[in-house]
Design a protein around this ligand. Structure first.
Ligand SMILES: [Zn+2]
Length: 146
C-alpha cells in the first residue's frame, strides 16, 4: 500500500524522477515531473517528461494545479506531441496522477523513485535520505511548496 499524500508531495516536489510499473502486465514507464524554474513565480505548473528508448527525456506536456478544480486536470501538450490521447506514457502518467488524487493506488502498481532528491535532483548518498527520497535540506520544504 502506497501512502498517497506523501507520494503526492514527492511527485510534485520539483525534480522527481520515478518509474511506475504494472505488476500484472509488466508495462513500465519512467517520468520526470519538474517545476520549470524554481526562481520564477510560476506556482502550480509542472512539466512532465518521459524517458524514451534511447535514454533521453521527452517533454510531453505541462500540468496545472488549479484551485477549485480537479488538481492536475489541466494539461497542455508539448508542440511536438500530437497524439497525447493515445501516447502510452501520457496515458500511464495521467492514470497514475488520477489514482494519486483519489487515493486509489492499486496494489499491482509498483512505484520506484530514483536515488536523487525529489526536490533538487542531487544524488542522495545516505540511507535515510535514499529511503525518504529527499535530502536533509530539502526535506524541510516537502509538501509546503506548490
Ligand atoms: Zn534536495
Amino acid at each position: 500500500m502506497i501512502e498517497s499524500w506523501a507520494t503526492s508531495a514527492l511527485i510534485f516536489a520539483g525534480k522527481a524522477v520515478f518509474t511506475i510499473k504494472n505488476r500484472r502486465t509488466g508495462n513500465h514507464f519512467t517520468f520526470k515531473v519538474m517545476k520549470p524554474n524554481r526562481k520564477l513565480p510560476r506556482k502550480g505548473i509542472w512539466w512532465v517528461l518521459t524517458k524514451t528508448h534511447d535514454n533521453s527525456w521527452l517533454y510531453m506536456f505541462s500540468i496545472f494545479d488549479d484551485p477549485g478544480e480537479k488538481p492536475y486536470a489541466k494539461l497542455t501538450p508539448a508542440s511536438g506531441i500530437k497524439d497525447i490521447d493515445t501516447h502510452p506514457a501520457a496515458i500511464a502518467i495521467m492514470w497514475f496522477l488520477d489514482k494519486l488524487n483519489t487515493n486509489k493506488i492499486p496494489d499491482d502498481l509498483i512505484l520506484k523513485f530514483s536515488n536523487r532528491c525529489c526536490r533538487c535532483g542531487r544524488e542522495l548518498t545516505d540511507v535515510v535520505s535514499i529511503q525518504r527520497h529527499v535530502g536533509p535540506e530539502c526535506v524541510k520544504y516537502i509538501g509546503t511548496e506548490r
